[in-house]
Design a protein around this ligand. Structure first.
Ligand code: GLN
Length: 242
């Protein structure tokens, strides 16, 4: 019996735009395959030992929620998160959670706030919000699965440093900053995106990729995921296509 333990970071605060939808997709696609999966909610003042988990998930949040959790992060969780990422744990971060993994966040008054510093990325807040449907292509899925669709809503423009690859290349939408054609970020087994809660439920191949990586991390002889019927998910993903 295979088992995966998911750490949901700050579920009570970092949850803008239905981000929990991606977490639900992760654990339902495990459950449907008979994989034992447990989700632990870890928030302000909760202890965190990165070795207790296989997958980490943090959703998005506005500047207010981001400021609330920064103090808690600096009191200890920050180091556990960096250790988890460096240990190749699967880490999935959405929008505001993505931004917090970076070096700093500069607001529109040019005030810089230090972030976790786990990834060589940084965020500059802009006056306009980057909102709307998103289509982007990744290079780690098959030809038929590489085009992903999501929804973005952020005022922060994110820039990637040397050691970080984009999650994908924008086809439609803004992505990280509306300028360089990048969407999200990838570093070791950390996957970051601006796409909110509809992403993993409607892009099953990406969800399965994350599950597969988590199982291979824990069970090196793992042979492969049982295929699932993705008809509903695929219809949901392409319903908006012209
Ligand atoms: N506050 C951040 C921004 O607006 C993140 C927003 C979010 O997570 N949806 O860029």
């Amino acid at each position: 019996m295979y088992e995966l333990k998911i750490c949901h970071l700050y579920p009570d605060l970092m949850r803008s735009s239905g981000d929990r939808g991606s977490l639900i997709a992760l654990y339902k696609r495990c459950q449907w395959r008979g994989i034992e999966v447990r989700v632990s909610n870890i928030s302000i003042n909760d202890p965190l030992n990165y070795n207790d988990y296989d997958i980490f998930f943090i959703g998005g949040g506005q500047a207010f929620e981001q400021s609330i959790i920064k103090e808690d992060l600096n009191e200890g969780k920050k180091h556990e998160i960096i250790e988890a990422i460096e240990a190749h744990k699967i880490f999935f971060a959405v929008c505001g959670g993505f931004q917090l993994l970076g070096k700093y966040y500069r607001n529109s008054s040019d005030q810089e706030t230090e972030c976790i510093g786990a990834l060589d990325i940084w965020t500059h807040e802009c006056d306009t919000r980057l909102v709307g449907n998103l289509v982007f292509e990744v290079d780690f899925l098959s030809e038929q699965d590489k085009s992903l669709r999501g929804f973005e809503n952020h005022s922060g423009k994110i820039y990637l440093g040397k050691g970080v690859k984009p999650l994908g290349q924008i086809v439609t939408g803004h992505g990280n900053n509306g300028q360089d054609g990048h969407e999200g970020a990838r570093y070791k087994n950390t996957f970051c995106t601006n796409s909110h809660g509809s992403l993993l439920p409607t892009n099953p191949a990406f969800t399965d990729h994350l599950i597969m990586l988590s199982l291979l991390n824990k069970y090196p002889d793992f042979q492969g995921l049982t295929p699932l019927n993705n008809e509903l998910e695929n219809r949901a993903r392409t319903q908006g296509d012209g």
